[in-house]
Design a protein around this ligand. Structure first.
Ligand SMILES: NC(=O)c1ccc[n+]([C@@H]2O[C@H](COP(=O)([O-])OP(=O)(O)OC[C@H]3O[C@@H](n4cnc5c(N)ncnc54)[C@H](OP(=O)(O)O)[C@@H]3O)[C@@H](O)[C@H]2O)c1
Length: 245
């Protein structure tokens, strides 16, 4: 029987690439997000992917999703993102609330709901999509860095608390990934500002690059836990050290 992998935020970017990649690895993939038409298109294109409506900021939605799911071997908590690039002093409280809700509490809701199934699988893998923003802060990143640091901390705590259970806890922390929507969402639909983020960078990461390392981590033997994988483009030595041509 095929193992089931749940990927949140699978309607775009890293989540969609991860759903494709895990389906290619033979997983029965449940691709979950809020935009039905994008999930349907993905499922129609890739055998082994099932679409599922999910809003990780709604407990009701998470509960309904979990109730429909017969098994779960892999959970990829990927749904998330950034809002705004203002300094802390002029940042918006509601942006911080929304970032905390989707990145941190969304991962918490999904983890709480699916952990019993991950344990029951006998070899569960929980993957948390954090960011290098969860390890190092940068100007303008206040709310996003705070949320990603919280997610990193939650991941470390979970690994300690689950020691002895048949569940691996994996953190994937990417640097700059050029996805179609991440920067567009951050800049509230301003395509010009979004494009500037990647301007002149020779080879930002792609969603497929990140899906590749997620796939690597979840397909190791059951006794091998990849604690944290930091992946950046060669052109980004650090948040503040980006080579542009
Ligand atoms: N791109 C980067 O540079 C980068 C770097 C490091 C880490 N990351 C992290 O990697 C993850 C994916 O990023 P990405 O670049 O692929 O972003 P993206 O292209 O903007 O995709 C975000 C996904 O999250 C989903 N989502 C948002 N709110 C949701 C909610 N309430 N419930 C369910 N799904 C929700 C969106 O789908 P719907 O709108 O259809 O719900 C979408 O599929 C995020 O956690 C991000 O913080 C990204």
């Amino acid at each position: 029987m095929a193992k089931t992998a749940v990927v949140t935020g699978a309607s775009s970017g890293i989540g969609a690439a991860t759903a494709r990649r895990l389906a290619a690895e033979g997983f029965d993939v449940v691709a979950a997000a809020r935009r039905r038409e994008r999930l349907d298109a993905l499922a129609a294109e890739v055998p082994g992917i099932r679409p599922a409506m999910l809003d990780v900021t709604s407990q009701e939605s998470v509960d309904a999703f979990a109730a429909e799911l017969e098994r779960c071997d892999v959970l990829v908590n990927n749904a998330g993102g950034a809002l705004g690039l203002e300094p802390v002093a002029s940042s918006r409280v509601d942006d911080w609330q929304r970032m905390y809700d989707v990145n941190v509490l969304g991962s918490l809701r999904m983890t709480r709901a699916l952990l019993p199934k991950l344990i029951a699988s006998g070899d569960g893998v929980l993957v948390m999509l954090t960011s290098v923003a969860g390890l190092v802060s940068y100007e303008g990143g206040g709310g996003y860095c705070a949320a990603k640091h919280a997610q990193t901390s939650m991941t470390e705590t979970l690994r300690l608390e689950l020691c002895g259970e048949p569940v691996r806890v994996v953190e994937i922390a990417p640097g700059m990934v050029q996805t179609e929507e991440f920067s567009l969402t951050r800049f509230r639909g301003d395509a010009e500002k979004a494009a500037k983020v990647y301007e002149g960078v020779p080879g930002p990461l792609t969603a497929d690059d990140v899906a590749d390392v997620i796939s690597f981590a979840v397909t190791r033997p059951a006794h091998v836990n990849i604690d944290r994988l930091v992946i950046r483009p060669r052109a980004q030595a650090a948040q503040h050290k980006v080579h542009r041509v």
